[in-house]
Design a protein around this ligand. Structure first.
Ligand SMILES: [Zn+2]
Length: 428
């Protein structure tokens, strides 16, 4: 939290006092899901939006700096709900490249906060006002953790509670439960999150989705989190025991298991009903799971394996759609490095895949803006283009509402009312 505060001071210092910026003649897609405004005017005072609407009803203050964005589309800055700095050592330039591609806020759902020191230093040195970093502390996992380096191991509910409290005291705005954590300990973490008003999220797999949503879990990472909860009980227990014996058992069977899921079974219908009541955030991270027919992930892959993975992936899309239709609040989680997107482009690919799953382009935009901001716990100041919100905006040459792939036409990025040097951060 302290480093966040220092960053805030650095930003405040760099902000020219009283600067008024007016963006005009753009098509505005404001993130709320409302229809676009064709000739919009957006007035920005300092780091915040002060007025927005059709040009005819929003006057431009005298003396303001005016930018003509005719033919362009303006959207709220994108929120990537699932970002990793990737690799060791950490790669801060990836976050800046994503910023240049329109991602003005992100969450790393499971990492020691210290990992972000380098990125924070670069942001401060360059006088940037983004990306806005949200951390969750390390995963809280059980014994035999899936990712030892990024985890703390809680042996009982008391330890789980302590780890959650400590991460929140150190600035975490969410806590991620990992699948080896026993059920009682997972509930203890959810209790802490509720008491401290931070978001609880989870990579479930071995934990029952319906039970934890009912208990108060706010969201899930990876659509695969829901997979085992949708398996017939016998297969579910077999999968649990295999993974408990060896984490690597998740790999080979996952796509095959997904390919065979029945999304209309009794357990599935019960899960959709709980999702409808509790409206959890669904961070599907589809791009990291994407597999295509006839494209091997490894030269040794057999044609049968490639086909099974592609079918499993199609079922992941269908599961995401069902969770969305049931009332789940789908967000966009890019997951940094994914099979079918270039460096820094995973968030764009994820939005395309949300449309492949069955969301409209407008719903995919909402997932990546307003819903993402709500999942960060920042609905009050991020995620839509409305008076009072932080001026994190992106300018596109294309129109992603008619064709989601045009999300890739990001031309300019405004973070906290200041333009980002897009060319500079797209170099590496
Ligand atoms: Zn991840």
């Amino acid at each position: 939290m302290r480093s966040v505060f220092l960053l805030f001071l650095a930003i405040a210092a760099a902000q020219p006092a009283g600067r008024v910026l007016v963006l005009e003649h753009a098509r505005l897609v404001d993130g709320t899901g409302r229809p676009p405004i064709d000739d919009a005017r957006i007035v920005i005072e300092g780091e915040r939006i002060s007025a927005v609407g059709p040009a005819a009803s929003v006057p431009a203050p005298a003396g303001a700096e005016r930018v003509d964005l005719s033919g362009r589309t303006v959207l709220p800055g994108l929120v990537d709900a699932h970002f990793h700095l990737d690799n060791s050592p950490p790669d801060p330039k990836l976050a800046l490249r994503q910023l240049a591609n329109g991602v003005t806020s992100f969450r790393d759902p499971g990492q020691w906060d210290e990992y972000y020191a380098g990125l924070r230093a670069t942001i401060a040195a360059d006088g940037l006002r983004g990306p806005r970093i949200h951390t969750a502390g390390p995963h809280i996992d059980g014994e035999g953790p899936a990712y030892p380096r990024d985890s703390v191991v809680a042996r009982d509910a008391t330890e789980a509670r302590q780890f959650a409290e400590r991460a929140i005291a150190q600035g975490a705005t969410a806590i991620k439960i990992y699948f080896r954590l026993p059920l009682g300990s997972a509930k203890a973490v959810i209790d802490v999150c509720r008491e401290r008003r931070v978001i609880s999220t989870a990579h479930l797999e071995l934990l029952e989705a319906a039970e934890l949503f009912t208990y108060g879990l706010d969201g899930i990472e990876h659509i695969t989190s829901l997979g085992p909860s949708l398996l017939p009980q016998l297969e579910r227990e077999r999968y649990r025991q295999a993974v408990l014996a060896e984490n690597a058992a998740r790999g080979p069977g996952r796509y095959a298991a997904f390919a065979g899921l029945d999304l209309d079974s009794g357990d599935a219908r019960a899960l959709w009903a709980v999702i409808g009541q509790r409206r959890p955030f669904i961070d599907a991270t589809l791009a990291v799971f994407e597999r295509r027919p006839a494209v091997p992930a490894d030269p040794k892959d057999t044609p049968e394996l490639i086909a099974t993975r592609a079918r499993g992936f199609q079922k992941m899309l269908a599961t995401t759609r069902r969770a969305f239709e049931a009332g789940g609040r789908v967000v966009m989680g890019g997951h940094s490095s994914v099979p079918f997107a270039g460096r820094g482009e995973a968030p764009w690919r994820e939005m395309e895949l949300l449309v492949d799953a069955g969301l409209t382009p407008m719903q995919a935009i909402e997932a990546a803006t307003a819903s993402g901001a709500a999942f960060l716990g920042r609905a009050r100041d991020l995620g839509t283009v409305e008076p009072g919100k932080l001026a994190d905006l992106i300018v596109l040459t294309g129109n992603p509402v008619s064709q989601i792939a045009e999300i890739r036409t990001v031309e300019r990025v405004l973070a906290g009312g200041a333009w980002v040097d897009v060319g500079k951060y797209r170099k590496d």
